[in-house]
Design a protein around this ligand. Sequence first.
Ligand code: GDP
Length: 365
Amino acid sequence: ALKAGIVGLPNVGKSTLFNAITQAGAESANYPFCTIDPNVGVVEVPDERLQKLADIVTPNRIVPTAFEFVDIAGLVKGASKGEGLGNKFLAHIREVDAIVHVVRCFEDENITHVAGKVDPIGDIETINLELILADVESVEKRVERSRKNMKGGDKKYAQEVECLERIKEALYNDKPARSVELSDEERVLLRDLHLITMKPVLFAANVSEAEVANADDNPHVQKVKEYAAAEGAEVVPISAKVEAEIAELEGEDKQMFLEELGLQESGLNRLIRAAYKLLGLNTYFTAGVQEVRAWTIRRGMKAPQAAGVIHSDFERGFIRAEVVAYEDLVSAGSMNAAREKGQLRLEGKDYVVQDGDVMHFRFNV
Ligand code: GDP
């Protein structure tokens, strides 16, 4: 499963947010394949389409797709030199697919700030520098090795050295590896380096309870937005403290609390969706009388691989998929009506699954 790691300086609200995530956590019986680890929080991806589909097929249950957040504690100034949790921290962060960078935008004199004052851009740069230094080390080692291998005359290594040099140049200029333009082929060459600054990032701007409805008025949030825009990154304003309170409520109580705060939905939901988008993920559905269920795929996945997300047997024995687009199914009103209108298609192994496709797989066992 794809995972987003939560990073940030100490005392910015990471644990508070992560606790809200585990509190709101998904029904684990539905996700037996998810990691069981105290540092991993599994959350359901909110999707209004599930209820609409359930209205049509009246299943026994609805199962949203899930997403994992990893708490990556221990990043402090000097981590790349082994301070704090240092290397352990870096090992964890290499395993995630995207990074949620929590930034303190709330003022509270009772909560110590590690740098002495609330300064979100300074904080971001401190963290980024540690990540860049960690990548410099990996890249330098690899360049050295590739240069040696290059002497054997293998063109692959020459190409590798060339693009590693470009990345090194960017890192030396305090720029993340993701700022370097790379071809798909070059990306494949570098994949096993697990560069941290290659991973996509989004910022969670942690504001106080009082500011949560108008977070954009907070000057710190504005600065984070400007910074993120320059990098093409997204910002999700959130109040970790409020999220912790929301996570303890359910149903109507939750709705009432959100209304009191002037919110349409929880910040956690917005964060989940933003992380999902950041990773380039799509959702397809299965809709039967047993269950209506959402499944996560990477954008561009073909039907057999999408089937493999349910079970590897589905991929191995894939024959065909019956597909109807969510919009078509909802406007037709029933599976039969969609079929009569010719909207139920039979697709083969080269079909690229689209977001919102309602799929039924035929396979050999
Ligand atoms: P971490 O070190 O980044 O994991 O930070 P914590 O989640 O432990 O938060 C540090 C302190 O800041 C705790 O005492 C939290 O209760 C507090 N805190 C977190 N978010 C907020 C907030 O939005 N407003 C205020 N006033 N305090 C917060």
